[in-house]
Ligand binder design. Structure first.
Ligand SMILES: [Zn+2]
Length: 212
């Protein structure tokens, strides 16, 4: 498998739980993982703005482990966004990681966000996974879920923070693609999978709010 095209990472800087879960997106109804090689995770760690434990190198086992907990986060966040009961299996995975890495919740420099610190023995990717799991607890435990929503624009499927109650798309780029897609389906018969054109990545046109 090849490594990820890094133009896809332009949206990082949301709540850490969202940045963690948004390492997959949905294209033509199929899930596309953006972390296919240890180098992808290493790169994500280098561009993720949230404070995270230091990681020197990423092994294939660590990548696999990161993805297991990331998938649990996806399941929990999707249930939360749909206002459903949280799935017990993924909840167990997230809670175990927080316990295992002894995460402590501390104040940071700005109000509205906590800083998570792993206990001393936990380092590297293990500690990062613990901090990301704690971020999921942090977000899902909030009554307002930080206005969590899922963008259903073609080629996206990612989580975002709703800026206003009826916001449907994570970015103007996604709103435009969704409108073009709707227009195409109204004026042309459905295409086959073979002649479908690939859409650009989510939020590649920059962040912002857009509805449709
Ligand atoms: Zn989107």
């Amino acid at each position: 498998m090849g490594t990820t095209d890094w133009s896809h990472w332009g949206w990082l800087g949301d709540h850490l739980a969202l940045d963690f879960a948004n390492t997959v997106r949905v294209e033509d109804g199929r899930r596309v993982d953006l972390l296919n090689a240890p180098a992808d995770l290493h790169r994500w760690l280098s561009v993720e703005p949230a404070p995270l434990p230091m990681v020197e190198a990423v092994s294939p086992t660590e990548l696999a482990d990161f993805r297991v907990v990331r998938d649990a986060a996806l399941a929990v966040l999707h249930a939360a966004a749909a206002e459903n009961t949280l799935p017990p299996g993924p909840v167990g995975v997230i809670n175990d990681r927080v316990r295992h890495t002894g995460i402590t919740r501390l104040l940071g420099s700005a109000p509205g966000a906590a800083v998570h610190e792993a206990a001393d023995p936990a380092t590297g990717v293990v500690a990062v996974v613990g901090v990301c799991a704690a971020a999921v607890v942090d977000l899902v435990a909030r009554e307002d879920l930080a206005n969590l929503a899922v963008c259903h624009a073609p080629g996206c499927g990612q989580f975002f923070h709703r800026g206003r109650p009826n916001q449907r798309w994570c970015s103007p780029g996604c709103g435009n693609r969704a409108r073009v897609d709707r227009h195409r389906h109204r004026h042309h018969p459905p295409e086959t999978a073979l002649d479908r054109t690939r859409t650009p990545g989510p939020r590649s046109a920059g962040q912002g709010t857009s509805g449709g």
